[in-house]
Design a protein around this ligand. Structure first.
Ligand SMILES: C[S@@+](CC[C@H](N)C(=O)[O-])C[C@H]1O[C@@H](n2cnc3c(N)ncnc32)[C@H](O)[C@@H]1O
Length: 204
């Protein structure tokens, strides 16, 4: 992995591999999304990857609980939260969020970033059904809503947002970087700040 592209995407020379590089959120977008969580006490980062969102969330919330099922990803996250000097605000837990949720204490917000990559080399080839994501985003939402209504779910840019009509009241934000569509964020509860549909376009 070329250090220059890691710094361009994430803002620092963080520890990533091919997968976590592609999955990770660009630092300018991550920061803008994390600002919606300002004032929250405890945020669950349900699928932490190399910890890029956990690092942004840690700037704005009291505490982040970051879970990932892949030990290699979690090890990268451990190094990266240290590089970002936020280790004291991020608790890292290795395992399946669907299991860990049962024993998790109180949270007042959650960022859900399930894996939507399809097998193969085409990194833009995404699953387009909540139930096909890993972990299944429909079941994850159901379990999370028992803990908090203040939720953000990240979804692929080609996702049919009409499929979300049956979910509780929400705002779907389409996120662009330099005018290029990147993904959607679906906000619930107090994280909703706009009408049902909104756009975020950040210039790098
Ligand atoms: C899209 S990536 C997250 C990227 C991260 N938000 C970032 O900004 O760097 C999805 C992550 O979900 C993890 N994952 C998949 N199934 C999981 C599960 N059942 N419990 C916890 N993590 C899981 C994967 O290992 C992967 O690291």
């Amino acid at each position: 992995m070329i250090v220059k592209s890691i710094i361009e995407k994430f803002g620092k020379s963080y520890s990533v591999d091919d997968d976590t590089y592609h999955m990770g959120i660009h630092h300018l977008l991550g920061d803008a999304i994390a600002r919606r969580f300002i004032g929250r006490k405890t945020c669950l980062d349900a699928c932490a990857g190399a910890g890029m969102m956990a690092i942004h969330l840690a700037k704005y919330v009291g505490k982040v609980i970051a879970i990932d099922i892949n030990p290699a990803h979690l090890e990268q996250a451990r190094r990266n939260v240290a590089t970002a000097s936020v280790s004291n605000k991020v608790e890292l837990i290795s395992g399946d969020v669907m299991e860990i949720l049962r024993s998790l204490g109180t949270i007042d917000s959650a960022f859900l970033d399930p894996d939507w990559a399809k097998e193969g080399d085409d990194k833009e080839n995404h699953v387009l059904d909540l139930s096909d994501m890993v972990p299944p985003a429909d079941r994850l939402l159901e379990k999370i809503f028992r803990k908090t209504e203040n939720v953000c779910l990240r979804l692929p840019k080609s996702f049919d947002i009409g499929l979300l009509d049956d979910l509780p009241k929400h705002e779907t934000e389409t996120v662009y970087l330099d005018g290029h569509k990147k993904f959607h964020c679906v906000y619930f509860g107090d994280l909703v700040t706009n009408a049902e549909m909104s756009e975020l376009d950040i210039s790098s």
